[in-house]
Design a protein around this ligand. Structure first.
Ligand code: GLY
Ligand code: MN
Length: 428
């Protein structure tokens, strides 16, 4: 749990960063969403991350309010609904700290006429000023990017549980094991080692399924020589790790080994480039060039790597961005630096962020190379890139799947700290 001092310091830092003037800020936690079939159950409740960050804890129906005229420390209030008897009986819910939610109307009434920014989840009957809310959200997202000590401690705990999960895998990746079984073993270890749950839906793709970027584990069983791509992370107090490792069941072929080394080398070079001030899109493009250089050396692509990337040919095999921010959720704080608009270059459309790195940022670095039939069998792409690719070789590679390697790192004043470094990356 976050301490009162750390929360007060966080709120004061945020207060100084928000363009509120004399406007008020309200941040809603949101309400549980009932399952559609009308049972008395709900989807698992998560307070909106903006609320959680500013309230310091979960509370369905909670609202954080801030009046900047009362100062960066005293101006903050948390309003929470009283826990009902039914909630105590059925869920064991406990009363969250804060003022009764009924007092929020009076708090607002005594400040009537002032503009209101509404963040977090929507509040009933209170829309606020949409343009102001957008500006304040952009500033809050940016202020949340450097992680404070509490956040980094939670991520380290999520990483420790994730390390334990991945440690359970290598001996189990035998021919005949199913993707589902791999998921079960991994997630059980997460929970045994301090994870509250998984940070997102675990991805396990074996053989050709490794080329589906977000593959949900199925009952497919591993065959000897399959790639096995596992992308998963534990969650602790809402903070998550996000790690990918690609294995081979049994002995890798020379081509699998080469492809893996291309991705690994590109990943390690990209990690080394994650220094303060470095532009994320430049790190992405440099990684794309490294990957293409590898594909050229393997005889899959033809041409000069930088020029192939300029032509967007890399997106045939590396169709996603290099990574994203991570922390309070699996995309925490991603997006553009304040004031930036979408970069017009088509090959940068898939990037989840466009910003310079700074100390305290937590990012994933996750290059990959895949043989994705949905892209590589597309006649338009085959025509456009007819001379850049050895399509006969690609045909032969289509059943192979793909390779992704992902670590989480903390940007520092110098070299980045790779938080997930304990999870081995050697192929065998
Ligand atoms: N771990 C899933 C993703 O980053 O998209
Ligand atoms: Mn990721």
């Amino acid at each position: 749990m976050i301490s009162a001092d750390v929360l007060a310091a966080r709120r004061a830092r945020v207060a100084a960063a928000l363009p509120l003037g004399r406007a008020l800020l309200l941040v809603g936690a949101g309400q549980p969403i009932p399952l559609p079939e009308g049972s008395d159950q709900t989807y698992p409740f998560r307070s909106h991350s903006e609320y959680l960050y500013l309230a310091g804890g979960e509370c369905a129906g909670g609202v954080v309010a801030f009046d900047p005229l009362e100062g960066p420390v005293d101006g903050w209030q948390t309003f929470v609904p009283p826990v009902t008897e039914a909630e105590r009986v059925w869920e064991g819910r406990r009363q969250a700290p804060g003022r009764p939610i009924e007092e929020l109307a009076r708090w607002l009434e005594s400040r009537r006429g002032r503009p209101v920014a509404v963040l977090g989840s929507r509040l009933p009957d209170l829309d606020g000023d949409p343009q102001l809310s957008d500006r304040v959200r952009e500033a809050l997202t940016h202020a949340r990017r450097p992680k404070d000590a509490h956040e980094i401690a939670c991520v380290r705990r999520a990483v420790a549980a994730t390390v334990a999960g991945f440690a359970a895998l290598p001996g189990r990746l035998q021919p005949g094991v199913s993707e589902r079984r791999i998921q079960i073993e991994l997630e059980a270890e997460f929970l045994r080692h301090g994870g509250d749950r998984t940070g997102y839906g675990t991805i396990v793709g074996t053989g050709p399924n490794a080329a589906v970027l977000h593959f949900e584990p199925s009952d497919r069983t591993v065959a000897a020589g399959d790639f096995v791509l596992v992308d998963a992370g534990a969650e602790v107090e809402r903070y998550v790790a996000d790690v990918t490792r690609t294995f081979v069941a049994g002995k890798p072929s020379p081509f699998q080994r080469d492809l893996y080394q291309v991705v690994l080398a590109a990943q390690e070079r990209a990690i080394a480039r994650c220094r303060p001030g470095a532009e994320w899109k430049e790190i992405h493009l440099a990684a794309a060039i490294d990957l293409v250089e590898g594909l050229v050396s393997l005889g899959i692509m033809r041409g000069e790597p930088a020029s192939l990337v300029e032509q967007e040919a890399h997106t045939l095999f590396f169709p996603h961005g290099l990574g994203h921010m991570v922390g309070l959720g699996v995309r925490d704080g991603s997006g553009r630096a304040p004031g930036r608009t979408q970069d017009p270059r088509a090959s940068l459309r898939t990037l989840r962020m466009d910003l310079p790195l700074a100390p305290g940022y937590l990012v994933t670095v996750e290059p990959g190379l895949y043989f994705i039939p949905a892209l590589l069998n597309d006649p338009g792409r085959r025509l456009r890139f007819s001379s850049c690719v050895d399509w006969t070789r690609v045909e032969a590679c289509l059943p192979l799947g793909g390779v992704r390697i992902e670590d989480n790192l903390l940007v520092t004043d110098g070299a980045p700290e790779v938080l997930t470094r304990e999870i081995p990356k050697a192929l065998d």
